[in-house]
Design a protein. Structure first.
Lengths: 80, 222
């Protein structure tokens, strides 16, 4: 089973990298970009074939390592 | 007095930290991250600066899962002292031994320069050699030193005298200009600036020396 994890800075946590990208887009002439938030995508290939078990596994991975829940939120997506 | 300095792949301030401990009278042992136990009789654990695991995933995140962290946690739970500098501070927040997190500098740039700070508390063993409000200068060298925590956490840190140092000027966007914080029992210190790079006249300053010297007195005082 494949899983995809999205990790984003929580709302309200300043994202200086996203801000820099927003500025750069403005410099390139892309108008009307009000906000840019940058995050991470992590793809995992798992032995597990049961969706529920896989989701529980990956959620635990997010809590323990993949995300720092002090500043980041995450979202687990099962792909197959 | 005995200090242990943890060494991760990518640590690069470990030997500087060992020298600073030694000059203050500590016997120092370097401890590899794959060890699960600290040497016996360690009074202080130093988590050094550097780029452990290449800063992969998040600064300090992988190091925080190293086998030796179990040893560090039991040392701290038993009331032992620990100091995390720069990447070491990031490791301590990632382990949950200190609250909050360190994110990308507000100006996005890697900052490498001496910075002025004020000493905000002197009751801990780390700061007994300073006076409240004393201005000290340590070098910083970091890309992710922007300290962040929820407002209630920041209020608690302030209220419990756990803000150890504050930048005089806004250096990296840190909440309330916080440069270093203490644990609840005031025995774990995390800070982004480098006292070990400011503990010898030959390195251009000695403002960091009192930190190691007063830490060396913990056994004597107890």
């Amino acid at each position: 089973m494949k899983a995809r994890v999205h990790v984003m800075l929580k709302n309200g946590v300043l994202d200086p990298q996203g801000e820099a990208v927003r500025h750069a887009l403005g410099t390139l002439g892309f108008e009307g970009v009000n906000s840019v938030r940058q995050g991470k995508v992590i793809e995992l290939e798992l032995d597990e074939t049961n969706r529920e078990t896989a989701e529980a596994q990956v959620t635990k991975m997010c809590e323990d390592l993949l995300a720092n829940t002090v500043i980041e939120s995450y979202n687990v997506e099962l792909l197959s | 007095m005995k200090a242990a300095v943890l060494v991760f792949p990518g640590s690069n301030c470990d030997r500087d930290l060992a020298v600073a401990f030694e000059n203050a009278g500590f016997q120092v042992e370097m401890v590899w991250h794959k060890d699960t136990n600290l040497p016996t009789g360690v009074d202080v654990v130093g988590v050094p600066g550097g780029f452990s695991y290449g800063d992969y995933l998040r600064c300090g995140a992988i190091a925080a899962q190293s086998p030796i962290i179990a040893g560090l946690k039991s040392h701290v739970e038993a009331g032992g002292y620990a100091i995390g500098i720069c990447n070491g501070f990031q490791v301590l927040t990632e382990t949950g031994l200190l609250p909050g997190a360190l994110i990308r500098n507000a100006g996005l740039k890697f900052i490498c320069k001496p910075v002025d700070m004020t000493v905000e508390e002197t009751s801990s063993a780390f700061n007994a050699g300073y006076s409240i409000g004393q201005k000290i200068t340590f070098p910083v060298a970091h890309h992710d030193g922007n300290y962040i925590a929820q407002d209630d956490v920041l209020d608690r840190l302030e209220g419990e005298g756990r803000v150890a140092y504050r930048y005089v000027d806004d250096v990296n966007g840190s909440a309330r200009r916080i440069a270093g914080i203490l644990s609840e029992n005031h025995r774990v210190l995390g800070l982004m600036p480098h006292p070990e790079r400011s503990a010898d006249e030959k390195l251009g300053g000695t403002d960091g020396a009192p930190l190691f010297q007063s830490l060396a007195k913990i056994g004597v005082a107890a």
